[in-house]
Design a protein around this ligand. Structure first.
Ligand code: ADP
Ligand code: MG
Length: 452
C-alpha cells in the first residue's frame, strides 16, 4: 500500500515523498479514508506512528485555498502546535495553502494578521480563546476541528476552553480526536461534541525490538553519577533527560555543565522564545543533551534521539509512555533508561500495572562518584525573568494551565507538578485499552514486585 493507492492528491504524494514518507502507517491508511468520508474519528496509536499525517494529509487535501479559515487544530503545548503547523505546511507545499500557529507568550498582533490569511490555524486553547473573546477570530466557517493529544489538554485543565471554542463553531462540522493515550475524561469531549465517531486504534511502526527499555535500581544520591557515566559510555546521538520537577531540571543541567557535559534545559517557565530556540538548537545537535521537564514529552518529534533518560519518574504513569516515545521514532532504534530509586517505586509499579511495557533490570555497575551541587541551580537559570515570578500574580482561574499556554506567564505543566497528582487513583480505573495496544511485555515483573 502506498499513498497513491489511498488516492491521495498527487501534489501531496509528491510532497510526502520529498519527506521520505512513502508507505502509510496503519493509523494513516485507516484514518485517511474515514476522515475523507466526513465522519468524526477517534484515532489512537502509539507515539511516533505518524498521527500528524493521519489527520494532516486529508485535511490539507480538502482545504479550499484562499477561502478563509476552515480548519482549527488544537494541541496542548506551544512546541507541538508549531511542529504540527510545520508538518502541514510541508504536506501542503504544492497546494498553495496557508497555515498559522497561535499560542501564548508572544504578541497578539502578528497572530491576528496571520490568522486573517490562513486556511488552517494550529493553536493552544488558552490563547485561541483569548482571540475569540476579543473578536479577533471567526470560527463560524470551521469545517473540521482536530484535538491532538486530547487527553493532555484535559489534564492541563483546558477542557472548558476547548468546550467554549468548539461551541463557537457551526453545529455541522467534523471533529477529529487523536492521541497515544485516550483517558476517560476525554469521553466528556466525545459525548458533547462528537457524533457517532469511528474509533481507529493501531499498532505503531515503532516495534518493541527498536526500543530497548532498561532500569537501574540505585539510591537517589547515586543518580547523577550514574547519569554522567552513562552519557559518557553509551553511544548516544541526541539524549533527552527527563526530570519531574523544574528544580531538578535546573540542578541536573547545572551539574552536567560542571562536569563538562554540554547540555541545555527546557521547562515550562522559560520564556517562549527561549523554549523555541532551545528546541531548535537541540534538533541540530547543539548541544546534544537536553534536560527537560514534561514540556518536551508530548508529541515532539525529533529525529536522532537515541536515548531517553528518566532521571526520575513523574507521578503520572502515563507520562512514562510519552517520554520514552521521544526515541525510536519512525523506524529508528532507541533506548530508554530509567534511574530508579525508592521514591520512584510507586509510579514504576503503576506504569507496569497499567501499561504492557517491558523494562529490563540492569545489573549494578561501577561508576565514579561525583560531587553534586544542589544549590547552584539558581545561578544557572536562563530566561530567568519568567522562571520564578508570575505565578503569584496570575489570576486563580488561569493557574491550572496558564504556563502551558503561555497566557499570563503562569505555572506551566512543565513538570513542576504532574498534571494529575497522585497518578492513577482507583476511582479513575485502569485504562484497559492502552494495554492491548502496546505490544511490549514486561519481563521480570515478579522480581520487580518483590521490591515494592
Ligand atoms: P505521532 O503523532 O504518532 O507521535 P508523528 O506524526 O509526530 O507521530 O510522526 C513521527 C515521525 O514519523 C515524523 O518524523 C514523521 O515525519 C514520520 N512519519 C510519519 N508518517 C510516516 C510514514 N508513513 N513513513 C515514514 N515516516 C513517517
Ligand atoms: Mg503527535
Amino acid at each position: 500500500m502506498n499513498f497513491e493507492e489511498l488516492n491521495v492528491d498527487p501534489k501531496i504524494v509528491k510532497a510526502l515523498a520529498e519527506l521520505g514518507i512513502k508507505e502509510p502507517t496503519t493509523i494513516q491508511s485507516d484514518a485517511i479514508p474515514i476522515i475523507r468520508s466526513g465522519k468524526d474519528l477517534i484515532g489512537k496509536s502509539k507515539t511516533g506512528s505518524g498521527k500528524t499525517a493521519a489527520f494532516g494529509v486529508p485535511i490539507v487535501e480538502m482545504i479550499e485555498p484562499k477561502k478563509g479559515l476552515q480548519v482549527l487544530i488544537m494541541a496542548p503545548i506551544r512546541e507541538l502546535a508549531l511542529q504540527i503547523a510545520e508538518e502541514l505546511e510541508k504536506f501542503g507545499k504544492y497546494m498553495g495553502i496557508s497555515v498559522t500557529t497561535v499560542f501564548g507568550g508572544v504578541g497578539l498582533g502578528p497572530q491576528i494578521t496571520a490568522m486573517a490569511k490562513a486556511e488552517i490555524v494550529v493553536a493552544t486553547p488558552g490563547r485561541l480563546l483569548d482571540h475569540l473573546q476579543r473578536g479577533n477570530i471567526d470560527l463560524s466557517h470551521i469545517k473540521q476541528v482536530v484535538l491532538d493529544e486530547a487527553d493532555k489538554m484535559v489534564d492541563m485543565g483546558f477542557i472548558e476552553d476547548v468546550d467554549r471554542i468548539i461551541q463557537a463553531m457551526p453545529e455541522k462540522k467534523q471533529v477529529l480526536l487523536f492521541g497515544a493515550t485516550i483517558s476517560d475524561e476525554v469521553n466528556r469531549l466525545k459525548k458533547k461534541h462528537m457524533h457517532d465517531p469511528e474509533v481507529v486504534k493501531s499498532e505503531s511502526q515503532v516495534k518493541s525490538e527498536f526500543l530497548e527499555q532498561h532500569y537501574y535500581n540505585i539510591e537517589a544520591h547515586e543518580k547523577f553519577s550514574l547519569l554522567v557515566h552513562l552519557l559518557k559510555n553509551e553511544p548516544t546521538s541526541l539524549s533527552i533527560i527527563f526530570c519531574a520537577k523544574r528544580s531538578t531540571v535546573e540542578m541536573v543541567s547545572h551539574n552536567l555543565r560542571r562536569q563538562g557535559i554540554k547540555s541545555e534545559m527546557i521547562h515550562g517557565k522559560l520564556s517562549q522564545n527561549r523554549r523555541l530556540s532551545v528546541m531548535a538548537d537541540f534538533k541540530n545537535g547543539k548541544p546534544n543533551v537536553l534536560v527537560a521537564s514534561a514540556v518536551a514529552a508530548r508529541g515532539i518529534d525529533i529525529r536522532d534521539v537515541t536515548h531517553v533518560f528518566n532521571y526520575d519518574l513523574s507521578q503520572d504513569p502515563q507520562e512514562y509512555i510519552h517520554r520514552v516515545g521521544r526515541t525510536a521514532r519512525a523506524g529508528e532504534t532507541g533506548k530508554a533508561i530509567t534511574l530508579l530509586s525508592p521514591q520512584d517505586y510507586d509510579t514504576f509499579n503503576s506504569i507496569l500495572r497499567f501499561y504492557d511495557v517491558r523494562v529490563e533490570a540492569m545489573p549494578r555497575i561501577n561508576f565514579p562518584k561525583l560531587q553534586f551541587d544542589a544549590r547552584g541551580a539558581r545561578g544557572d537559570r536562563r530566561g530567568g525573568r519568567d522562571s520564578d515570578r508570575g505565578f503569584g500574580r496570575v489570576p486563580r482561574r488561569y493557574q491550572r494551565h496558564a504556563g502551558g499556554d503561555g497566557r499570563a506567564g503562569g505555572r506551566g505543566y512543565g513538570g513542576d507538578r504532574p498534571p494529575r497528582s497522585g497518578g492513577f487513583s482507583s476511582s479513575r480505573g485502569p485504562r484497559v485499552e492502552e494495554r492491548s495496544d502496546d505490544k511490549l511485555k514486561f519481563m521480570g515483573r515478579k522480581s520487580w514486585n518483590a521490591h515494592a
